[in-house]
Ligand binder design. Structure first.
Ligand code: GLC
Ligand code: CA
Length: 555
């Protein structure tokens, strides 16, 4: 297995709108991020993934880009960006940009040209089709944000495809001009000195020409084979690699809905010349009651089965990314741990242990290192996210499901849970802004905030800091081979990592029940690298406390 810096790195994701506001308008911005670099440096992370900061009308908070080479006014200027990059680099922190090129904003100049007439030079930059008849879209594909994936445009009396909102028309990657322009734009950013790309829904860029009806449900993205992992996606990524990526020492991670381990070996194979790694969603996207909207919890045995499959099948062939949450997911501790007063800190540390000891590049989503929790939304009007708002009207306002049935699912799954402002201290608005924040601050900020966490050596923050440091000191954490023990346990997640003479034992209790664990003989008397509780790890039978996690090292 090749050794590379991005395999050894820990990434921190920033959602700029909610990170830090420097000018009191209630919206996080680039200067705000620059002002907090010392905090990130202290935590010890190597790379920042910046969610989109480009010019955008913000229909989907920056994932609808109207100019790829300009900064969103609310976030600052290109000078502010250059300053952020320089200050980050000074501290040895790299910056990975979000690359959203499955679609643009409908306010991008390409689209404004494209929709203007059938023979416009940009017409073929997007995907236009005739309707089946006057009132019927070209096919039955649904948008990830609800409703049809097709929008009728009166000007030319045709439909355009939008797999997300109707303000996010899909680009036509089959057009070589489109690819050329995107590659030129990427080159421009690379020449500026950025350190990589996180590629938004990159598995969806290639669509079958025929665009047949799919076997569709009316929820979250089930278009089958027609536009997820489509016919030319690998060809286009190889072309991108050849024309852009291979010329720079950068890291790339594909957001690849629908990816399987088999496909990951192609997207992110050691020698396939596409991407460095992919995000897989098997853990977080398991469909439930109402599509992605569900209050069901993944059983631990199932979670282990999924994780283990990725850990073992990619070993030596492709590279994993590791995450519990991001800006599209609820908060990790609320979802996979226990955010009650009694267990929040312990379970947040346990989850961190479980993930950071695995093979792959770990991603920390802003606030996760504080054990930030889901938000207690009270009414539909509290939501800001287009997906949550649309879902509520599609499922409840339409009368398909009752409010009382749907509400708990929305509460648990809404993307807004992750988008509330970063909690810096216990002053008003959690120190995020001195204005009115664009989305409410979680009322638990007096209890959970960075100031308190950094001051307390036993905090979740310091635990993350230690995990990051351990990864730097122990190559076995990066390159070791993974093996699952106790596959059938419904409470314990136990695995080992082995690299030549070095071997780690990782034990995590995913429940609020004390559980006995028989220590494998080879680990008797081995020192403990890290743990979130006090316990006697010398015993043959260890009573593992609720949400306890510990790592023993044999050498
Ligand atoms: C990705 C982004 C998400 C966005 C969508 C459309 O899934 O992570 O936030 O809404 O793509 O760009
Ligand atoms: Ca601001």
């Amino acid at each position: 297995m090749k050794k590379t810096w991005w395999k050894e790195a820990v990434v921190y994701q920033i959602y700029p709108r909610s990170f830090m506001d420097s000018n009191c308008d209630g919206i996080g911005d680039l200067k705000g991020i620059t002002g907090r670099l010392d905090y990130l440096n202290y935590l010890g992370i190597d790379v920042i993934w910046l969610s989109p900061v480009y010019q955008s009308p913000n229909d989907d908070n920056g994932y609808d880009i109207s100019d790829y080479q300009a900064i969103m006014h609310e976030f600052g200027t290109m000078e502010d960006f250059d300053e952020l990059l320089e200050q980050a680099h000074k501290r040895g922190i790299r910056i990975v940009m979000d690359l959203v090129v499955n679609h643009t904003s409908d306010e991008h100049k390409w689209f404004m040209e494209s929709r203007s007439s059938k023979d416009n030079a940009y017409r073929d930059y997007y995907i236009w089709r005739e309707g089946k008849d006057a009132d019927t879209p070209p096919n039955n594909w649904g948008s990830c944000f609800g409703g049809s994936a097709w929008q009728y445009d009166e000007r030319t009396e045709m439909y355009y495809l939008h797999l997300f909102s109707k303000k996010q028309p899909d680009l036509n990657w089959d057009n070589p001009e489109v690819r050329k322009n995107i590659f030129a734009m990427m080159t421009w950013w690379c020449d500026k000195g950025i350190d990589g790309f996180r590629m938004d829904v990159i598995s969806m860029i290639s669509k079958t020409k025929e665009m047949p009806d799919g076997k569709l449900t009316d929820f979250y993205g089930d278009y089958g084979p027609y536009c997820v992992n489509g016919p030319n996606v690998h060809r286009y990524l190889q072309e991108m690699n050849e024309k852009v990526l291979s010329k720079y020492d950068i890291m790339t991670v594909g957001e690849t809905p629908g990816v399987t381990t088999k496909l990951a070996k192609q997207y992110a194979g050691e020698d396939t010349n596409e991407l460095n790694m992919v995000f897989q969603f098997e853990l977080v996207d398991t469909p439930g009651k109402y599509g992605k909207w569900t209050d069901e919890k993944l059983p631990l045995t199932e979670l282990k089965r999924i994780m283990t499959r990725w850990q073992t099948e990619l070993y030596g062939q492709a590279w994993n990314s590791l995450f519990w949450d991001n800006h599209d997911q609820p908060r990790a501790v609320s979802r996979f741990g226990d955010d009650s007063k009694t267990h929040r800190e312990t379970s947040a540390k346990m989850l961190a242990t479980c993930l950071h000891m695995m093979q792959g590049t770990p991603y920390i989503y802003q606030g996760e290192e504080l054990g930030m929790t889901n938000f207690p939304f009270k009414k539909p009007e509290d939501f800001r996210d287009i997906e949550s708002i649309n879902a509520y009207s599609e499922w409840c306002r339409s009368g398909k499901v009752s409010h009382d049935d749907f509400w708990p699912c929305l509460l648990l799954r809404s993307r807004d849970n992750a988008r509330t402002p970063m909690q810096w201290d216990d002053t008003s608005q959690a120190g995020f802004t001195s204005g009115t924040p664009w989305i409410a601050v979680n009322p638990n900020y007096k209890e959970i905030n960075a100031k308190k966490e950094t001051a307390n050596p036993d905090s979740v923050f310091h635990y993350y800091k230690k995990l990051i440091a351990l990864r730097k000191q122990n190559p076995v954490i990066v390159y070791g081979k993974y093996e699952l023990l106790l596959a059938d346990s419904e409470t314990l997640y136990v695995y080992t990592r082995t690299l030549e003479e070095e071997k780690l034992l990782v034990v995590c209790n995913f429940s609020d029940q004390e559980t006995t664990f028989a220590l494998p003989e080879e680990f008797a008397g081995c020192p403990c690298l890290i743990s979130n509780k006090e316990n006697d790890y010398g015993k043959a039978n260890i009573m593992v406390k609720p949400y306890e996690a510990f790592v023993l090292k044999k050498n």
